[in-house]
Ligand binder design. Structure first.
Ligand SMILES: [Zn+2]
Ligand SMILES: [Zn+2]
Length: 168
């Protein structure tokens, strides 16, 4: 399976970008200047991981031509404000679903359709940190990303299997 397939699939969502769907936590809105705000709005509306270059393309279609460092700086601010997570295995960025609670994001990434869900279970974070601590390890970053097949894709492939079994 092509590891980049999911990300490519997500780029196809350009045509179905919904309008702004969620309202960001008010506390973190301080420091949201034009570019940060625009990128935050885009990330909120896609609600899926997208690459910095995908963002640059989006900005261009909105008539804003920006250099990559500008976008990376804005992303870096949004990450430090805990509004955005970087999904390491996809080299992509996603709006946090709970920006009001500091946490390590944990992600379920579908390699079939690219659908990515943030779970952020505190018990998982604590268990991993505690396990590291028993080995005297002091973690600075915790990244948990699961690649697999989402519920929809599992259902789809079941349907295909059943359809195949029914045909002569
Ligand atoms: Zn989060
Ligand atoms: Zn899927």
């Amino acid at each position: 399976m092509d590891a980049n397939r999911g990300l490519t699939a997500m780029v196809d969502m350009t045509s179905v970008l919904p309008e702004k769907t969620r309202i960001p936590a008010p506390r973190q809105r301080r420091g949201l200047n034009g570019m940060r705000q625009t990128i935050w709005d885009i990330l909120l509306s896609v609600a899926q991981p997208v690459s910095a270059y995908w963002l640059i393309d989006q900005l261009r279609t909105r008539g804003k031509s920006v250099a990559p460092p500008t976008v990376y700086r804005a992303l870096s601010f949004l990450q430090s404000a805990r509004m955005v997570h970087r999904v390491e295995s996809l080299n992509a960025f996603i709006a946090c679903t709970r920006p009001e609670h500091p946490h390590h994001g944990q992600f379920l990434i579908c390699t079939e359709c690219g659908q990515t869900e943030e779970i952020s279970e505190e018990i998982v974070t604590e268990l991993v940190a505690a396990t590291a601590a028993t080995r005297g390890f002091v973690p600075t970053v915790q990244i948990i990303e699961l690649n697999g097949t989402c519920r929809n894709c599992v259902l789809e492939s079941d349907k295909e299997l059943n359809a195949g079994a029914g045909s002569p």
